[in-house]
Write a protein that binds this ligand. Structure first.
Ligand SMILES: Cc1cc2nc3c(=O)[nH]c(=O)nc-3n(C[C@H](O)[C@H](O)[C@H](O)COP(=O)(O)OP(=O)(O)OC[C@H]3O[C@@H](n4cnc5c(N)ncnc54)[C@H](O)[C@@H]3O)c2cc1C
Length: 383
């Protein structure tokens, strides 16, 4: 594995970090407090070409690949301190746009991807339901073929970008006779199709700039040409194929977030004085900083390696499962130590470590919980 960054990687990293420091970071606290997505900023990101990092050039993207996109999203997390916006951004690029690029027909790609690359249309992916989370394959949303349309009925839960999306990749059951992952199909649903709406925006502990909601389908009419991938392959094809990408690109803003936290702690430890000297002079604080730095290096290696494997078309389900739960541990440890170093001030909203302490928790839940990822890794170890 080559640790040298290409010219292209260095350029996109520098550009996104500068943007994040100048444009995202100043808004982060207010967006968190108001639980608001920065739509104006998003439009700017679209103009700068940031919304289609994984898409091919012919659809308006920059085709950065996994390593390039990890470096870009890490830079966003490092500079912007706004994990919520990064979550919406990464979800739009990976579980919505990339799934359409991977599984779509040329007609579907031409219709949807240029508008998604430019940020004009925001994407979502709707798999989880109120009764099916970790056991996603037990989903009950039904899609029934009637003439040249599928009629969708059911409710999706916890959908990132639900309230703001124009397009959603939706997984529904087309064959009720088949249980589990079989008999499910993916659809591209857009706002021109009647019969679907977002439920109320959910009020979350963290990631508050990223809007989350239910998506409700009531006799929603989806033309047959909007089936994504083969009928019956919604879970086994579309949903499962994107898992490695999801666990890689969505991890990247957390990498930047932990770097940002360490930066904040070093600054604070040098400024804050107790017992007549900066707290940075206490060995207990120095050890915390050293441990945080070691965890950051370990986290980076885990995510870079799986990104490199994806770019080299190597199977990496074991690597991404191991990394998913271990990264969550590292990120949680750093979030905790960052607040500890800030003492009482660490609990105050004016310090970004407080926000990260709430945001990081999604790392152990979203896109497959830590327990489920341990199950997958253990099955592979024991087979
Ligand atoms: C902010 C946010 C954004 C999200 N965005 C999206 C999105 O865009 N699209 C989408 O489709 N979904 C999304 N999700 C859903 C997310 O993927 C699920 O929350 C996650 O898969 C867990 O499902 P659950 O919440 O129903 O928990 P459950 O599956 O009910 O799990 C509850 C607990 O039981 C444990 N558990 C469950 N099964 C096992 C088992 N077999 N062995 C051991 N332990 C087990 C879990 O690890 C967990 O600790 C989002 C969730 C959140 C919170």
């Amino acid at each position: 594995m080559d640790f040298n960054k290409s010219e292209e990687h260095l350029a996109i990293e520098a550009s996104i970090e500068k943007f994040a420091r100048n444009e995202m970071a100043p808004l982060a606290r207010e967006l968190d407090e108001k639980s608001e997505f920065p739509m104006e900023l998003w439009r700017k990101m679209g103009q700068l070409g940031y919304c289609g990092l994984l898409l091919e050039e012919k659809y308006g993207g920059s085709n950065l690949g996994a390593v390039g996109s990890v470096l870009a999203m890490q830079a966003a997390g490092r500079g912007g301190a706004d994990q919520g916006t990064c979550l919406s951004w990464a979800s739009h690029m990976v579980i919505a746009s990339l799934n359409i690029q991977t599984w779509g027909t040329e007609e579907q790609k031409e219709k949807y991807l240029p508008k998604m690359a430019s940020g004009e249309w925001i994407g979502a992916m709707a798999l989880t339901e109120p009764g099916s989370g970790s056991d996603a394959s037990s989903l009950t949303t039904r899609a029934t073929l009637k003439g040249d349309k599928y009629i969708l009925n059911g409710t999706k839960m916890f959908i990132t970008n639900g309230p703001i999306c124009e397009v959603a990749v939706v997984i529904a059951r087309t064959d009720p006779e088949k249980k589990g992952a079989s008999g499910c199909t993916a659809f591209i649903v857009d706002r021109s199709m009647p019969g679907w709406y977002a439920g109320q925006k959910l009020d979350k502990m963290g990631m508050r700039a990223s809007p989350t909601s239910e998506l409700v389908f009531e006799n929603c009419e989806v033309p047959v040409e909007n089936v994504l991938g083969p009928v019956g392959m919604g879970m086994k094809g579309v949903a499962f194929s994107g898992v490695n990408w999801e666990r890689t690109i969505l991890a990247a803003p957390f990498l930047g977030g932990i770097e940002y936290n360490l930066e904040q702690c070093i600054k604070y430890a040098k400024e804050r004085e107790q017992f007549g000297r900066p707290i940075a002079s206490f060995q207990a604080i120095q050890h915390k900083l050293a441990e945080m730095a070691a965890c950051i290096e370990a986290a980076k290696l885990l995510v870079y390696r799986q990104a490199w494997m994806i770019d080299h078309n190597l199977p990496c389900i074991k690597e991404t499962s191991l990394s998913k739960f271990f990264l969550a541990k590292l990120v949680g440890f750093i979030a905790d130590e960052a607040v500890q170093i800030h003492g009482g001030y660490g609990l105050m909203k004016e310090y970004p470590v407080e926000r990260f302490f709430r945001d990081w928790k999604l790392a152990s839940i979203g896109g497959g919980t830590s327990e489920v990822n341990k199950n997958i890794a253990a099955q592979l170890l024991l087979k």
